[in-house]
Design a protein around this ligand. Structure first.
Ligand code: LLP
Length: 422
């Protein structure tokens, strides 16, 4: 459930009409709901009630400072994958001992920053990365807490571009190398093995692949412990899917997921780390856009809107479905099949094809739903389109949490070499 609901025929974000935001901030604009972010944290936390579970929100899903501060206040930690995300998480007040650092290509600089901050653990993904972390920790006279991210070779049954747990993927340490690498950690003076980590993909709509991966991890933990390794943490990654398409089979609920985790990990005395991203932020945000033109082609009808693939790339990148609704609830029930497209000069700049939509007139607003995760963070300035603003709603209040980039900002990023100076 989210807090984007119709009231009196108009779509609201909590207690704010979206038309007010469009009037004051312009379109396109991302709009997030505080109550929805908090609700998602609470629902997820409740699913693990009674377990020693730490929610490390995957910052990559939405890294705006105001969003992170909202989540920090709700008590979450963070899963970061870059120096930038680490800086953002710390700046938002997320305690270092609730931060895990993931990613296949951490640089020595990033490792040093994580060590200096005193983060909870590094999720290490290869033998050379392990050696590098030992070196960097040694230079700083520190001991790095390490979990190895294992690759369980499980098919997550999600889109190929967001599947990470097959042996053909770049992620994680292959099963055959894992136990040797834990032995290697024991030999390296500046590393301490604290846990095991797994993440098999994103937008997972079935629990079976997760259960298969977790079952493998549990047997690994048992055998590592038999070999004398102290394994205190088990990091289960993120990946639980969210409903995008009304009427389609919904993904498992967090409570189902929690039950499965309890059953699978039962009795293993471990702190559980969870890295949900999409589940927290996805349905807590929309992209508000305006219909520019209603174009009648020979074969198709196009709603040309002012948002584009550079603002929300998921449909172009993964053929992702996003529900799109008019901000003024249409009075009639008539639906016409339209392609909803942006102004960017690519045919891929299409949010949907032949979607039955109510009749909307140019100048009216549409809300592209489920855009709070992997939306603004994946935007760019292709076609010299400035980054769109972000707004956070809280009850009857709203605040611009990132202003619209101006064209001057955009041009100011470029530099002219001497030989082109006038
Ligand atoms: N942990 C790790 C190690 C990850 O790689 C990810 C996501 C997460 C946690 C959070 O996964 P979530 O709970 O959000 O599914 N841009 C794509 C999604 C990429 C996900 C990358 N890793 C999309 O728009 O669908």
């Amino acid at each position: 459930m989210d807090h984007f609901q119709y009231r009196g025929g108009h779509l609201f974000a909590e207690d704010v009409p979206l038309t007010d935001i469009a009037e004051q901030v312009g379109t396109p604009v991302y709009v997030y709901s505080t109550a929805t972010l908090e609700r998602h944290v609470n629902v997820f936390r409740d699913a693990f009630e009674g377990l020693d579970a730490l929610i490390c929100y995957a910052v990559k899903a939405n890294s705006n400072q105001a969003v992170l501060k909202t989540l920090a206040r709700a008590g979450t930690g963070a899963d970061v994958v870059s120096l930038g995300e680490l800086r953002r998480a710390l700046a938002a007040g997320i305690p270092a001992d609730k931060i895990v650092f993931a990613g296949v290509g951490k640089t020595p600089e990033e490792m040093a920053a994580g060590l200096d901050a005193g983060i909870l653990q590094f999720n290490v993904e290869s033998a050379p990365e392990l050696e590098m972390l030992n070196t960097v920790a040694g230079q700083r006279s520190r001991t790095a807490p390490v979990s190895l991210r294992v690759n369980p070779d499980v098919d997550a049954k999600t889109h190929a571009k967001i599947s990470t747990g097959r042996s053909e993927n770049k992620f994680g340490i292959s099963w055959t190398q894992v136990s040797g690498l834990y032995d290697r950690i024991r030999d390296l003076p500046h590393l301490e093995a604290v846990g095991v980590d797994v993440h098999i993909g994103s937008q997972l709509t079935a629990l079976d692949p997760l259960k298969a991966a977790f079952t493998k991890v549990v047997s690994l933990v048992r055998s590592l412990r038999q070999n004398g390794h102290v394994i205190r943490h088990i990091d289960l990654g993120g990946g639980l899917g969210i409903p995008y398409e009304p009427g389609s089979a919904p993904p498992p609920l967090p409570s189902d997921y929690g039950r499965m985790v309890r059953e699978t990990l039962g009795g293993l005395d471990c702190r559980i780390i969870l890295e949900p991203g999409r589940l927290i932020a996805g349905n807590a945000g929309i992209l508000l856009t305006k219909l520019l033109y209603d174009k009648h082609g020979d074969e198709r009808r196009f709603y040309i809107v002012d948002a584009a693939m550079n603002d929300l790339s998921r449909p172009a990148m993964y053929e992702a479905y996003h529900d799109i609704v008019p901000v003024n609830d249409p009075s009639g029930t008539e639906r016409i099949p339209v392609d909803i497209v942006g102004p960017v000069c690519e045919s891929g700049d299409t949010f949907t094809r032949a979607r039955p939509m109510p009749v909307v007139r140019p100048g009216e607003l549409l809300a592209i739903k489920s855009a709070g995760a992997y939306g603004a963070v994946m935007s760019g300035t292709y076609n010299s389109r400035p980054l769109v603003p972000e707004v956070l709603v809280n009850g009857t209040d709203f605040h611009v949490i990132r202003p619209r980039q101006t064209l001057d900002d955009l041009l100011a990023l470029d530099r002219t070499p001497d030989w082109l100076a006038d």
